[in-house]
Design a protein around this ligand. Structure first.
Ligand code: NCD
Ligand code: ZN
Length: 354
């Protein structure tokens, strides 16, 4: 008989895909991650985006200044690829450990991607350099072609762009970010290239129906969008498989109410406040709690070639209520608050000590 697990202790985890924004909101969103995670790969899609060494260093400073007192947290910065990014700048940035990777947003594919790459073949020199120096290429793997159905954009990207890219640059180190489909899982698992994928909590919990449940629900709108149930089930199997090519990346992407409750609601789900609890629910349901540490604290660091953290955290089986809405320090106006993922729900795990 399997006795139910009452607590779980693991190496302090890292978040390999995170948006913390900038300006006034930065402090209010960052604390939710910094309190629990040791490091995070910081997405560069600010407006204007992070494209220079100086911008990355300054942004890193602002993040460090926003870390709560007594908390140890390391932001790992990334560069935003544009059509005219200089390969030399990337090489210097990577060697000086200013950049831990470079993010490829196909132009107009998601929030603040207007400066993104218009045609992958225009930046072959970038890929050559990244392949040579072993710099991770982080990919938002969707086409932005409006003729392609929104739910097919990941699969089409893989076929049209990712496959040819890895044929040409067979040693390029790639993270396919926030995967949502069986097509992406199959591709990553069976590829001979050095490729891994991040998986978000929300794509493990919701399918595309969540966006249309009794009305149009922008709180469940993110990019890539959640897909059919068969994809969600496959993602749960991949995340809990223990395979080194899958690891934690929340893609926590806060937008205030005024931008979510809008006729053109922004894409992004703010899951940082209860990310670990959210993932743990899935691992418990899949009877894979023993594989959680690999997913949350080991596979990502190994892929990025970084040391494992040595601190540990413990989560205990105790209910926690997720608030309806979170004040991220912008103002007293509820329109400036952010709704967290699992808003108003009760989750069955909570943090004991950090
Ligand atoms: C992200 C954001 O808001 O910055 N949105 C999202 O839906 N995931 C951008 C991104 O990662 O696509
Ligand atoms: Zn993202």
């Amino acid at each position: 008989m399997i006795t139910s697990v009452k607590q779980i202790s693991l190496l302090k985890p890292d978040d390999w895909h995170l948006h913390v924004r900038d300006g006034k909101i930065l402090k209010g969103v960052l604390s939710h991650t910094a309190d629990v995670f040791c490091r995070a790969i910081i997405m560069p899609n600010l407006d204007p985006p992070i494209t220079t060494l100086n911008q990355a260093k300054e942004y890193k400073k602002r993040i460090i200044q926003s870390i709560p007192d007594g908390v140890s947290f390391t932001p790992l910065m990334t560069a935003y690829l544009t059509d005219d990014m200089s390969p030399d700048l990337l090489e210097i940035g990577f060697k000086e450990r200013v950049f831990h990777g470079a993010k490829l947003y196909p132009v107009n594919v998601t929030t603040n991607s207007a400066y993104g790459v218009t045609d992958l073949s225009k930046i072959d020199n970038i890929f050559e350099t990244m392949e040579r120096i072993g710099m991770p290429l982080l990919i938002h793997g969707e086409v932005s072609d409006s003729n392609i159905d929104v739910f097919d954009r990941e699969a089409v990207f893989i076929e049209r762009h990712l496959q040819p890219l890895l044929k040409k640059f067979s040693s390029l180190k790639v993270v396919l970010e926030h995967i949502t489909t069986i097509d992406a899982i199959d591709f990553v698992e069976n590829s001979e290239s050095d490729i891994a994928a991040t998986i978000t909590p929300h794509h493990l919990h919701i399918n595309r129906n969540a966006m249309f449940n009794g009305g149009l629900r922008s709180d469940f709108y993110c990019l890539p969008t959640a897909k059919r149930e068969i994809h969600r089930i496959a993602l749960r199997q991949a995340a809990t498989s223990g395979k080194p090519c899958f690891f934690l990346g929340t893609d926590s992407a806060p937008h205030t109410r005024r931008f979510k409750e809008n006729s053109c609601g922004c894409a992004g789900i703010f899951n940082a406040p209860f990310a670990l609890e959210s993932y743990l629910k899935v691992f418990e349901e899949e009877q894979a709690l023993d594989r959680f540490e690999a997913f949350a604290s080991i596979n990502g660091a190994n892929f990025y070639g970084l040391p494992l953290n040595d601190e540990r955290i413990t989560l205990v089986k105790r209910d926690v209520s997720v608030p309806e809405i979170i004040d991220v320090g912008l103002a007293g106006d509820p329109n400036d608050f952010v709704k967290p993922f699992h808003s108003g729900e009760i989750l069955g795990w909570s943090l004991e000590s950090v």
